[in-house]
Design a protein around this ligand. Structure first.
Ligand code: AP5
Length: 214
């Protein structure tokens, strides 16, 4: 399956993509994770992306399109993948379509996760992330076993810079203006499924499996 997981910041698409990836043995490709790792390592990509990310803006299209173009050439993408957080603009969607069509491929399904705004804010404000292995926790909904320590690698958990209240508001605005139009685009192609993102992760995951016919 070649899948896109879309939706506003904090809706839980990363959490669901991780589960789907583990269960179906296809890679989860998150542009957010790739960019955060680059920022952490202070690579040229990271230095270029940091100010956009910290202020809640999108990283320029040519940069993220380049990342995806290279990543999709990796052998683990041969039998499918989940794109988590890409595409996010109309030009990114067009570039992805062209990349896949060049290999006579297409997207099988786009899952658009939905949740009321107050719940999005609640999920983002309580999120804690591992800067080392990118595991994600929530102070209330999925707390780590040991306070502020990653279950997977023991690193001290942090709050993402872009999860601070002002930046969260900016990210929601950016989603509405630049990413939301993709919902209609994929709906018109009859490949969009709307997923109710409310409820615990297992409940949401059952909806994901239902919509992909797994
Ligand atoms: P990115 O990392 O992609 O951020 P995002 O899209 O804003 O999504 P999030 O990671 O915030 O949320 P999520 O929906 O994955 O939720 P999660 O599962 O973590 O991008 C960050 C930045 O990078 C962008 O702002 C931009 O600058 C740049 N960027 C990335 N891609 C780009 C692109 N294509 N083009 C340009 N720029 C790009 O869950 C959230 C919290 O809720 C967690 O704490 C989790 O534990 C909890 N939770 C999850 N599910 C549930 C549930 N069912 N019940 C209760 N709690 C839950």
């Amino acid at each position: 399956m070649r899948l896109i997981f879309m939706g506003p910041p904090g809706v839980g698409k990363g959490t669901q993509a991780k589960r789907y990836s583990a269960r179906h043995h296809i890679p989860k490709i998150s542009t957010g994770d790739i960019l955060r790792e680059a920022v952490l390592k202070k690579t040229p990509l990271g230095l270029q992306a940091k100010s956009f990310m910290d202020s809640g803006k999108l990283v320029p299209d040519d940069v993220v399109i380049g990342i995806i173009r290279e990543r999709l050439k990796e052998p683990d993408c041969k039998d499918g993948f989940i794109l988590d957080g890409f595409p996010r603009t109309v030009p990114q969607a067009a570039a992805l379509k062209a990349m896949l069509e060049a290999n006579r491929l297409g997207i099988d399904r786009v899952l658009n996760f939905e949740l009321p705004e107050d719940e999005l804010i609640r999920r983002l404000s309580g999120r804690r992330s591992c800067p080392n292995c990118q595991s994600v926790f929530h102070v209330e909904f999925s707390p780590p076993r040991e306070r502020d320590r990653c279950d997977a690698c023991g690193e001290k958990l942090v709050q993402r810079q872009d999860d601070l209240p002002e930046t969260v508001r900016k990210r929601q605005e950016v989603y509405q203006s630049q990413t939301r139009p993709l919902v209609r685009l994929y709906e018109a192609q009859n490949i969009l499924s709307r997923i109710d993102g409310s409820g615990d992760p297992e409940t949401v995951y059952r909806r994901v499996e239902g919509s992909t016919g797994s």
